[in-house]
Design a protein around this ligand. Structure first.
Ligand SMILES: Nc1ncnc2c1ncn2[C@@H]1O[C@H](COP(=O)(O)OP(=O)(O)O)[C@@H](O)[C@H]1O
Ligand SMILES: [Mg+2]
Length: 461
């Protein structure tokens, strides 16, 4: 199934990996957030991803971001792919502003045990599960290794933010919640509770993260609630949770969903999208997601269209590698140099090759190792992309003695060897098979021919 589980590229700088989203550094003012199709249930990410889920969540959040700009400005710069946003980097205030309209979830579990004060808010006795509060309440928590309830007074006392900013966060959270509640009410959906995060941008408070998505909020169907308030469950996860509970294996929750459950879950997410945004979410199902992401990252100038990685067995070969690099740089591809010895720290190779093997964009690796060239072989046997050996040599004799180790590779070890530095670089670039470069190379080939013709006539004359 065509799902986005995670994106890989040596050109991206991963700064945070959450349960379903990954954040990348673009520059000091911009981050990129990828909303994947991963799904979590009972606090764990399942092995099955759900088609459309990421695009649904991202699309819904972006819709709300646009709708609520009059209440507060937010971090959204632009959506560059259905699953990917560019956002303004803010200084996050490490507090989750949770607004609750109903007594449910973790709060209900506490209430049942006799707890009546939540983040400094007192709630009355005699409430039932899923009862509506007379007005929504705000129960902030800290964003730490394990989230902690905290009262507004302590937020200020412990220095999480100032009183002025907290008051504004509280006011805005209530306004956002009210806006969402009213909007969804008309669609027969209850906004049960929601979590908002804020940050500072040039000392101004802005809304960050996501807003009113099924991952940051609980949605109930109004009809279900009216039928049986005690048994209502969130619209999106209910279906998956039910199935997992009814299909335990040796008393344990399964990690993988069968195809038909995945499909039905996907359909339900799309339905939520359609309801909230008011139009159908249409994605080209035939298009491989990694290809789509590649195109969109390239169009947004977040990556070059291809890469060449030069891996040397020892830093002693740096000069040789730099020469290769300088040949590559004229062609506007991404070039990186790395050090890893097959003999001495080959245990790093699986991690190194994983990113290249899964990258959204085309790439090539050039291995630089002399003597017994274990590096080229170890890489070629583990890479799903082309590998070219360009071994360094002190002199011609050194070359004659050592070249065998680069040429004599066992089966299923598709390394090619090119001795000339500029030719190795050109072979790498040709292996990328980019239309843009084919054009460049056609021109270069024609120029060489022309040069020879001119030389011929000049010399004859
Ligand atoms: N515009 C932004 N600027 C800075 N940090 C942000 C911005 N938007 C979201 N974040 C932070 O990025 C992280 C996103 O993480 P997430 O994928 O939700 O995983 P988790 O919350 O489980 O760590 C959160 O810590 C959030 O506060
Ligand atoms: Mg989060």
């Amino acid at each position: 199934m065509n799902c986005l589980n995670r994106i890989y590229s040596p050109q991206l700088d991963l700064i945070h990996s959450g349960k379903v989203r990954e954040s990348y550094r673009v520059d000091s003012q911009t981050r990129m957030i990828v909303v994947t199709d991963r799904i979590s249930s009972f606090d764990k990410v399942l092995d099955s991803a759900v088609p459309y889920k990421g695009a649904v969540l991202n699309g819904i959040s972006n819709y709300w971001f646009e709708q609520t700009r009059t209440i507060i400005d937010n971090h959204l710069v632009k959506m560059i792919d259905p699953n990917i946003n560019l956002v303004k980097e803010a200084v996050p205030i490490r507090i989750e502003m949770i607004v609750r309209g109903y007594l449910t979830g973790s709060m209900w579990r506490g209430y049942q045990k006799g707890k009546r004060s939540f983040s400094g808010v007192d709630v009355p006795d005699g409430l039932q599960q899923n009862d509506r509060f007379s007005t929504p309440i705000v129960t902030p928590t800290t964003k730490e290794d394990s989230d902690r309830e905290i009262s507004p007074a302590d937020i200020v006392k412990e220095g999480w933010t100032t009183k002025t900013l907290y008051d504004k966060m509280e006011k805005v959270s209530m306004q956002l919640f009210e806006f969402g509640t009213k909007y969804l009410e008309k669609l027969g959906i209850i906004l049960v509770d929601s979590k908002y995060e804020f940050g500072l941008l040039n000392d101004e408070l802005i809304l960050i993260d996501e807003i009113h998505t099924p991952d940051s909020s609980r949605f109930w169907s109004l009809a279900d609630y009216q039928k049986n308030p005690a048994r209502v469950d969130s619209i999106d996860k209910e279906f998956v949770r039910q199935w997992l509970l009814e299909n335990k294996e040796d008393g344990k929750i399964k990690q993988k969903l069968p195809d038909e459950i995945v499909q039905e879950t996907s359909r339900r997410y799309r339905e939520i999208y359609q309801k909230i945004v008011g139009e159908e979410l249409i994605l080209d199902e035939k298009e491989e997601i990694n290809n789509r992401v590649y195109k969109n990252l390239f169009s947004a100038e977040l990556i070059k269209d291809g890469y060449v990685i030069i891996i040397m067995g020892s830093p002693a070969d740096l000069e040789h590698c730099q020469k290769i690099k300088s040949h590559l740089e004229k062609y506007d591809v991404y070039v990186d140099m790395r050090v890893c010895s097959a003999h001495k720290n080959g245990e790093r190779l699986p991690d190194i090759t994983e990113v290249y093997n899964r990258s959204v964009e085309p790439g090539v690796v050039i291995a630089v190792a002399g003597r017994s060239n274990g590096l080229g072989g170890a890489l070629a046997a583990n890479l799903a992309i082309p590998l070219i050996n360009c071994p360094p040599f002190k002199d011609k004799i050194d070359m004659m003695v050592n070249i065998n180790s680069s040429l004599m590779m066992p089966s299923k070890t598709p390394a090619s060897t090119i001795v000339d530095i500029s030719s190795a670089a050109l072979a790498a670039l040709r292996s990328l098979n980019l239309q843009r470069l084919k054009e460049v190379f056609r021109k270069e080939i024609a120029d060489v021919k022309q040069g020879l013709l001119e030389a011929d006539s000049e010399i004859r004359n």
